[in-house]
Design a protein around this ligand. Sequence first.
Ligand code: FAD
Length: 223
Amino acid sequence: MVAPVTRPGSTSRTTVRRIPENAVNDREALHQILDSGLVGHVAVVADGQPFVLPVAYARRGSDIVFHGSTGSRLFRALAEGQPTCFTVTLLDGLVVARSAFHSSMHYRSVMALGVARRLEGDDELDALHVITEHLLPGRWSECRPPSTKELAGTMTLALDLNEASVKVGAGDPEDDEADISTPPYSRIWAGVVPLAESFGTPVRSGDCPEDVPIPDYVAGWAR
Ligand SMILES: Cc1cc2nc3c(=O)[nH]c(=O)nc-3n(C[C@H](O)[C@H](O)[C@H](O)COP(=O)(O)OP(=O)(O)OC[C@H]3O[C@@H](n4cnc5c(N)ncnc54)[C@H](O)[C@@H]3O)c2cc1C
């Protein structure tokens, strides 16, 4: 049975307690952050040791989908039903406060809890399509599709977003009143330095003939 879709932060495990004013409780924000990120981190425990794996991912409806090798013991543990935690973090700026203590970051982050399920057959192929198009928009219809052997070596997992939270850090530094009003610290600069991801100029592969043009969909990628 599929659990009902809940609002972010609405279960006891996902209620943001530390700086609760940074919690965002709407699904739209959850989806926007996931759709903006390229890399997530998925947690898995093996032999009592926690590991956090950086992975490419995409949102497919109310699921996060991601893939790994069938040879990975960590992915196998997830496929066998180990509970996990998946996070996505977008870093938007550095907050330069008058004190080291209050210096922080602008961010948008998502945490999803649950048990991943393994995707098979056409469902898996569709998820791989969605991941590829999320990372490399326009590429799927031009590149070679996965072979049977490649699919056999790939494990594709989905984690639903039924238990998730969203936290957004924004705004000016929140300095102590004394630091704002009293020299010397009232006389040092404070503010926010925005940080943004961007693509560089595409670099042709050494084995790609010079007369093969860069596709418009690649030239048009922007962040
Ligand atoms: C880029 C970045 C840098 C950060 N740097 C620091 C740091 O240096 N030190 C520090 O203490 N904290 C930092 N944080 C905040 C940190 O992620 C936690 O929110 C914070 O430590 C509070 O943890 P807690 O377990 O006490 O939160 P609680 O509020 O008790 O957590 C309860 C629930 O709230 C949700 N939640 C908590 N944090 C997040 C989150 N970030 N995103 C989405 N859901 C969340 C989860 O569902 C969690 O189970 C940073 C966050 C980001 C995104």
